[in-house]
Structures are given as structure tokens and as C-alpha cells.
Design a protein around this ligand. Sequence first.
Ligand code: KDG
Length: 323
Amino acid sequence: MKVLGLGEVMIQLNPISKGPLRHANVFERHVAGSEANVIIGMSRLGFSCRFLTVVGNDEFGKAVVSTLKSEGVDTKYIKVKEDYPTAVYFVQRGFPVPGRTEVFYYRKGSAFSTLSPEDIEVICFQDASLFHVSGITPALSPNCKSATLKAVELARKNGIKVSFDTNIRKKLLPTPSEALRCLRDFIESADYLITGQGDLNYIFPDLDMIDQLKNLAKIASNHKLIVVKMGKGGASACVNKKLIHSSSYVVEVVDELGAGDAFDAAFLSSILSGKDVDEALKFANAAGALVVGALGDIEPLPGWRELETFISFQEADKEGLLR
Ligand code: KDG
């Protein structure tokens, strides 16, 4: 089964120390981007994957492409645009909110922001079974939104299931009404709709989760499965109007970035492998917990063996030997 993803991939500069960036002197260089994180996660979980993106003709663009390639992802349809840079973002950890991570983007005018419907090639969709994208991509520019709409339309025309994570970034969608306007079409057409408690609180403030889900379900006319990630609160899935919950695992948080993408990768991989929703949520929570333990979004993404080891260790004999 081929899984196809679309999104911007950036260079992540992540300081080795916590605290305000103005005092950070030593940074690790990582490659990350929500949808690419999901696709790499699924590749590590055994799926054949392809990624569509646009990079600049620069050193960082080369790093993005070689990272995807080294993870076994098909990079054949990645576009390289002259005269536009590959985007960069910086991470600030533990300040001003302890335990939380903030990002500072340098992505305006990036190569990816020029993505247009012409860049989305029909051929990429002909041998795929799942298309994954998130709310970040249409929020980047009006032409990115048109291109994402075309991709979803091609997926539907080719009988490919669509997975959509609302993934609201307030720096890209600064008001709830902008967020709803930008994401509505995608929420409507997703087969697998993944969201987060924070996103629901942003677009439907002052409602409890049940009413937030009812509102979301009104838009998501085509949805098969709605999943809500709640971080430390675990995750719930709404299947045929029934809510299934799975608790999170208690772990030390080094860098919370990428946890949601790891969750998506393990959830989608589990469902596509025929696991039931309960089990899929358990694997997804485990993947999220594994990713917060290290810097970088991609490096700690687990395979099945690591997920199983983590879960059995959590559920049983925590004092047992790992070797
Ligand atoms: O999901 C983690 C990502 O949000 C982050 O690493 C970078 O893709 C990113 C974005 O646009 O925020």
C-alpha cells in the first residue's frame, strides 16, 4: 500500500539548552515538518511512502531530500525551485512556559510557499491508497490552499482515502474564524479526521468536548473516524457516534514537538494494518510518548518492535531488564 503525503519540510534549529533563544548558542540541526514526520513514521512502520514537497535549490533543500530518501520515502516528485529558500524554524524549549515548546518560523517566501495546483501531478495519486495532509499546508498561502484542495480532489477521484489533521498553528491562522474558513473543506472531505483538544478549544471555545465533536461532525459530513489527541490526557476516537478513550503514558518530556505526528503515524498505520480503534489509540499514544523523550521530530519515531517493547514495559514489569 502506498501512502502519499504533502507538506513543507523545514530545517529545525533546536538549542541543546532550555530557555530564551536570545541566549542559546549551540543548536542541533534537524529536518522536520508535520506531514513529513507522519510519512517517515509510517515508512518506519513498514508502509511504502511517497512525499510531495517543494524545496529551494540550496544546502537545506538537499538535506530535506536526503533525509526523506534515507528513510525509504519516494522523493521522485519533489520540486526544487530556484531563487526561493528552504524554510527554517527555531525551537525555544521550557520558556516562558516550563515544559512547553514554542516555534519561531522563518518560512515566509519559502520555496514551498510558492506551491501551486500545477505542482500537484495526477500521476502521484494513481498508485496510492492513503493521502495525508494537515491544516498547516493550506494555511501557508492562498496558492498552497488551492494546491491542497487539488490534491484532496485527486485523492477522491482516484478512490484514495484522505487523512487530515487539523494541526492549527496560531502563527499561521491567528483567529478562530480564519482557522475554520481555511480548514472547513478539508474537515469535510477527510475519511480519517484527526484533531487535538487545543484545536477544538480554539475553534469551538466555551463548549465541552462532546459539543465540540458534535459541531465538528456537522462539518465532517464524509468522516469515518474522528480522533482527538489530548496530550497527557490521552486520546479519544469517535466511531459511529461512540467515544473510545485511551490513556497516555507518563514519560519525561524533553521536547514535545512531533508527538502529534508520531501519534498520527502510529494510529493510521495501525488502522491500515487492520487493528481495531482501541489498539490503534494505544499504539498512537505510545508513539507520541516515545517522541517527546528526545530532540528532533523524526529521529525518535518508533518502529513496531519499539512500540511493542515500550507498551509491554509500561504495562508490566517496569523493573525488568531490557537486554
Ligand atoms: O508537528 C511538529 C511540527 O509542527 C513542527 O516540527 C514543524 O511542521 C511544522 C510546523 O509547521 O509547525
